[in-house]
Design a protein around this ligand. Structure first.
Ligand code: WQD
Length: 342
């Protein structure tokens, strides 16, 4: 079976994707600098799959280290590129850090792929490229808007870099996957999201509030033009998302792509409000969350959810888990993780 390089493979979405790749029989080599993840994630992957993936601690911004790595791994047939910094707020504070980390690493990777004639790349992109879409649900052909943050801009520029490289190099093929809001954890609760410090994202903040680590969840605004006044997002189960990467890799390796550069939305196709998220979490886990309504968070868009027709049709993929089981998995992971810290 083919060997896949997974950059950022110890991260949240990366680790779940490594599990799905191994389950499908692929060999996996992870390259990760562990800047926002823990080496212990490899134990979780091994406990779930019975296989310990290859791992090398490497910063992709270091071109020399990447060259040496790729010389040692001539077996690599395709790359899934997750490694990137992803905190929106931090990217506003430190734009150069984000442009360097997210763009220099991608350029080094593309150069190395070209040198070694590795021609298949799955790229981890984001619905953030749509901003507030004019029409909902949003399709892949919706215009890409001016980014709200340096982080968002790195995703937009990365897509442009990849598509320009493909125009100049006919052997390169890539699929960019635009994620909506990934949530939840592997059902085993052996891997999950490990936010450092105070989480920015809704679901880790909910689970940390439920576990007592945070006093109160703040709902950022209930005066939006939505049915209950809170923002709407498309929350996608992380294992469903991970499965889509395996499908995309197969599509590239089997030369099934319609074009050398393709883009797919990965969401459920369903919009859920912040208040609905809280209510569902409380119900399925039989607990009460301490929360209050505060003012809007700057930069938040009002509502977005995916049109997933293209991914359903072309990839034969669709989100299978429902919100209820996903929120159960998130809470199970939080409890498991906190118990291990004690
Ligand atoms: C979801 C909703 C908040 C925290 C994320 C990523 C971003 C990009 C797109 C990847 C919003 C509300 C949140 C809290 C709240 N992904 N909220 N209280 O803003 O959609 O962005 O997806 O590229 O990088 O961050 O996700 O989880 O931060 O917020 O009320 O404490 O929850 O206002 O409506 P968002 P999120």
């Amino acid at each position: 079976m083919d060997t896949i390089l997974v950059t950022g493979g110890t991260g949240y979405i990366g680790s779940h994707t490594v599990v799905e790749l191994i389950n499908e029989g692929y060999r996996v080599v992870i390259a990760d600098n562990l800047s926002n993840s823990d080496i212990g994630v490899l134990d979780g992957i091994e406990a779930i799959t019975g296989v310990r993936p290859g791992f090398e601690k490497i910063d992709l911004c270091d071109g020399t280290a990447l060259r040496e790595f790729s010389l040692r791994h001539s077996e690599i047939k395709a790359v899934i590129h997750f490694a990137a910094s992803k905190a929106v707020g931090e990217s506003v504070e430190e734009p150069l850090l984000y442009y360097r980390n997210n763009l220099v690493s991608l350029m080094n990777l593309l150069e190395e792929m070209q040198q070694r004639s590795v021609s298949n790349l799955v790229f981890s992109s984001s619905c953030t490229v749509y901003g507030q879409p004019d029409k909902l649900p949003v399709t892949e052909s919706a215009p890409v808007k001016k980014a709200e943050s340096p982080y968002g801009n790195t995703k937009k520029i990365s897509e442009d870099i990849i598509s320009d490289c493909i125009k100049s190099n006919s052997s390169l093929k890539s699929i960019s996957l635009r994620y909506f809001n990934p949530i939840g954890a592997h059902p085993s609760a052996l891997i999950g999201e490990l936010p450092r410090g105070v989480p920015d994202n809704l679901v880790p903040f909910i689970t940390q509030t439920a576990s007592g680590l945070r006093k109160e969840l703040k709902v950022f605004g209930n005066d939006y033009n939505t049915p209950d006044g809170s923002c709407i997002r498309d929350y996608i189960n992380v294992t469903d998302l991970a499965r889509a990467h395996v499908v995309a890799i197969k599509r590239l390796l089997e030369n099934k792509s319609r074009e050398n550069y393709e883009v797919f939305n990965l969401g459920t196709g369903r919009g859920v409000s912040v208040l609905e998220m809280i209510r569902t979490f409380e119900k399925v886990n039989s607990l009460k969350l301490n929360y209050s309504i505060t003012s809007r968070r700057p930069g938040d868009i009002e509502q977005v959810w995916a049109d997933t027709t293209l991914a359903n049709r072309e990839l034969g993929w669709k989100a299978e888990s429902n919100l209820e089981e996903t929120l159960v998995s998130a809470w199970k992971w939080e409890q498991n993780y906190r118990n291990k810290q004690k």
